[in-house]
Design a protein around this ligand. Structure first.
Ligand code: AMP
Ligand code: MG
Length: 347
């Protein structure tokens, strides 16, 4: 299959290109498109063949459910059993935006999409290309991240091209996504909202509205089975082995320098994921700056593309600096932990 690739303006996408993409969706095809978090791989959520195509293109395990994307709050009602006061408040406050809500599903939603669960995850993206595509398609769009399963999520069209060329019908190139890590997945089925996956909306944001918000135990502890199926898989992983160092910044840089030196002596090609504040400390290895410790948003924006860049540099080992878990830092460390397969060393 030859993949059509079209560039559009992020704010004001060319209507003809959006129409072309929505025709593909209506006819059961799959299209990658930008959102404010990462690129999504979308298909008609009411078409089981289209859902199959998404799972196949990604190589995604069947029990890992897809997120439904809508372009208005009204579209949620037919898809779910009930919208309670809490969910309504969250949608009004945070949509469009990087918050995915988990509801009990209605009969309209296929078990193929939910990986066999009775719940469905829904969000409304804050991106004109995504919103326009959903509106023109006239159906909710099922869309996981547009990467090969297990690889870092795509934050630029070139990442989607790397993973999906000739496997999908179309890629809409709307430039870099904004936030860079995926949406927060929030279970609102109980009295206290539970974060199943940390993401673009932080616990601090949610605590402004609710007196109590909890993390799923699997986010805080190892060896607990996550409630969100996708969280149990190795994820976001570069090809190289990766080690994350965490602790006081001075201890981190010293440990990484020592480890890098030892690896270089062993003849290994070393990549170091540094921050603006620490980059001057390193004199060995391929050093890439992921962002600033004082502006964690920049680290979220660049994390996945830096992981992919280390792949293109063919490094054997990536030594990465951990960061603190304030604000979006929790989402960043969650992705880093999965990317390194849990090899976080406290120094
Ligand atoms: P992705 O769109 O690739 O970021 O993956 C979607 C994420 O949403 C995965 O981590 C899924 O496990 C999660 N998800 C989707 N539907 C549900 C659901 N019904 N309950 C819990 N988590 C879900
Ligand atoms: Mg994903």
């Amino acid at each position: 299959m030859k993949t059509i690739i079209k560039k559009v303006n992020r704010e004001n996408p060319n209507e003809k290109i959006i129409m072309m993409a929505s025709e593909i969706i209506k006819n059961g095809g799959v299209v990658a498109f930008p959102t404010e978090t990462v690129y999504g791989l979308g298909g008609n959520s009411f078409d089981e063949n289209a859902i199959d195509k998404i799972f196949i293109a990604k190589g995604r395990p069947q029990d890992n459910p897809l997120i439904l994307h809508v372009s208005s709050i009204d579209e949620v009602y037919p898809l779910v059993e009930r919208v309670d006061e809490k969910a309504r408040l969250l949608m009004e406050r945070f949509w469009p935006g990087p918050l995915t809500l988990v509801f009990n599903k209605s009969e309209k939603v296929s078990y193929k999409l939910t990986g066999g669960l009775d719940t469905v995850a829904i969000r409304m993206p804050k991106h004109n290309v995504a919103l326009s595509l959903i509106k023109h398609s006239g159906v909710p769009i099922a869309a996981p991240s547009a990467n090969t399963s297990g690889r870092p999520s795509p934050t630029e069209a070139k990442h989607v091209i790397e993973d999906m060329s000739d496997k999908i019908d179309m890629i809409i190139d709307g430039g870099s996504t904004g936030i860079g890590v995926e949406s927060t997945v929030l279970d609102v089925s109980m009295d206290v909202p539970v974060i199943l996956r940390p993401g673009g909306i932080t616990i601090e944001d949610l605590l402004k509205i609710f007196p109590k918000v909890e993390y799923d135990q699997s986010i805080l502890k190892d060896n607990v089975v996550p409630k969100s199926p996708g969280q149990k898989y190795k994820h976001y992983a570069p090809k190289a082995k990766m080690v994350v160092y965490n602790g006081e910044v001075e201890n981190i840089t010293t440990a990484i320098k020592n480890h890098a030196h030892q690896l270089v002596l062993e003849g290994k090609v070393v990549g170091i994921m540094a921050t603006e504040e620490t980059v001057a400390n390193y004199d060995e290895g391929s050093v890439l700056v992921v962002g600033s410790r004082n502006k964690r948003d920049t680290i979220a924006q660049n994390l996945f593309s830096v992981l992919r860049e280390f792949d293109s540099l063919n490094v054997d080992v990536i030594l990465a600096e951990g960061i603190d878990t304030k604000g979006i830092g929790t989402a960043i460390m969650n992705r880093m932990k999965k990317a390194c397969g849990g090899d976080i060393r406290h120094v």
